[in-house]
Design a protein around this ligand. Structure first.
Ligand SMILES: [Fe+2]
Length: 180
């Protein structure tokens, strides 16, 4: 289940209802899928063949189509990252910059962990959303954010798009943003 950390105060928000209502106020969609639907061997696999990626999409087909139907997504795929990913360090450096895009950024975590750092309302400031398998999040369009891995450095997620071109990252220079 996702957890929130507010960077300015180090306050943590836990528990599905608390997390959900905090994220709702921040206009961040948060839902949950049952990660146990995935065959056990795919719950701990981070280097995936095309067949295995398809198997994950098939497992969550009903959830994907439900979300897509409600929110207008037209394409989806699987992203898998781990220490086995070529150039992982470089990729992470690129990821770890605050940016915006003109489409929302949807991720449904199917294995591993990840973290979105999001610019909240002025009274909240930046906050972290720590995600694990089963967590589904959508960062709204034009909301400054970035994504990175957690200590375990591995994740598999479903990405959904309205138009893949709408997802080009625009850097967001923010002197108020402090790392850590
Ligand atoms: Fe993004």
């Amino acid at each position: 289940m996702a957890e929130i950390r507010i960077r300015n105060t180090n306050e943590r928000i836990q528990g599905e209802q608390n997390v959900k209502s905090f994220l709702e106020k921040q206009e961040v969609l948060y839902e949950h899928w049952d990660p146990a639907k995935l065959p056990a061997e795919l719950q701990e696999k981070f280097v995936l063949s095309d067949e295995e990626k398809q198997q994950i999409l098939t497992t969550f087909d009903a959830e994907i189509r439900d979300l897509a139907g409600r929110r207008g997504y037209r394409t989806w795929d699987i992203v898998a990252l781990s220490d086995a990913t070529p150039n992982l360090e470089e990729l992470l450096k690129k990821f770890e910059q605050v940016h915006t895009h003109t489409e929302d950024e949807v991720r449904a975590i199917t294995a591993g962990k990840g973290i979105f750092i999001i610019k909240g309302t002025d009274d909240v400031g930046y906050f972290d959303v720590e995600l694990e398998a089963g967590d589904v999040i959508s960062v709204p369009e034009n909301k400054p954010h970035f994504f990175t891995l957690m200590e375990n450095r591995k994740i598999v997620a479903v990405r959904l798009f309205i138009e893949t071109e709408g997802w080009i990252a625009h850097p967001y220079e923010d002197p108020a943003f402090q790392k850590a």
